[in-house]
Design a protein around this ligand. Structure first.
Ligand code: PEP
Length: 252
């Protein structure tokens, strides 16, 4: 049975005090996660250790970084390595977010290197893929996403793939208020699962968690998460409001 996950991507938001408050508010709700359900908090780097101590091994809650370096270690000023993240107990890392691809020129090949380093350090990548608006309008989204999967993931073994979470995030829906319809999300998720099945076999495809991301909120999470191939969400803006994030989690 594959995992169901709601992950909050805080991006470059909040002060330390606000971050502490948000985590405490989320935990205070006393959410009861069912078996196989996880909540992941992707905080900015400076708050990871604090977040770790606030989560205090709360069952079902995990910590993520929003990025990690494509090199192992050394003279890369400002970078944070997978090994460093592993040494402070980070569980997941978001890789390939469209903002990283666009503003920091991260290519599929660079992401393949980051994924390898994360896995080598026992950190599970949440690999983001998704098409820009012009590709969607040209109805070429399947080819676009297939290429992202192929160039960043398909060098992995079936064993390694077990530690990958995929997040489908249509770029035109991120932070825009536009959400993919449940049918659009389901179509793409089913397509991604079929691609994984073709490359790694049916069992690998059935076991891989595929999240939807893009203006998910309490009012649409229920419909999105009810889709058979949508296994939860990667949540940006709504993860910064405890009540909204809790409401989204309740739809898992
Ligand atoms: C994201 O940044 O991963 C995201 C899905 O953002 P939002 O929910 O704000 O669209």
């Amino acid at each position: 049975m594959r995992k169901k996950i709601v992950a909050g991507n805080w991006k470059m938001n909040l002060t330390l005090g606000q971050a502490e408050q948000l985590i405490n508010d989320i935990l205070q709700a006393g959410l009861r996660l069912k078996e196989g359900q996880e909540v992941v908090l992707a905080t900015p780097f400076p708050y990871l250790l604090k977040a770790k101590s606030l989560l205090k091994n709360t069952p079902g809650f995990y910590l993520a970084a929003q990025n990690s370096a494509s090199e192992k270690s050394g003279a890369y000023t400002g970078e944070v390595s997978a090994e460093m993240l592993s040494s402070i107990g980070v569980d997941y890392v978001i890789l390939g977010h469209s903002e990283r691809r666009e503003y920091f020129q991260e290519s599929n090949a660079t992401l393949a290197k980051k994924i390898d380093l994360a896995l080598a350090n026992n950190i599970k990548p949440i690999f983001c893929c998704g098409e820009p608006l012009e590709i969607r309008k040209a109805e070429k989204q399947n080819e676009y996403v297939a290429k992202q999967l192929e160039e960043s993931l398909y060098h992995l073994t079936e064993e390694q793939l077990k530690n990958i979470v995929i997040a489908y995030e249509p770029i035109w829906a991120i932070g825009t208020g536009l959400t993919a319809s449940a049918a659009q999300a389901q179509d793409m998720h089913a397509f991604i699962r079929a691609q994984i099945a073709a490359k790694y076999g049916r069992e690998a495809a059935l076991n891989i968690t595929i999240l939807y991301g893009g203006s998910a909120k309490p009012s649409n999470a229920g419909e999105l998460f009810a889709c058979p191939d949508v296994d939860g969400g990667l949540i940006g803006g709504a993860s910064l409001v405890a009540a909204d994030f809790q409401a989204i989690i309740s739809h898992l």
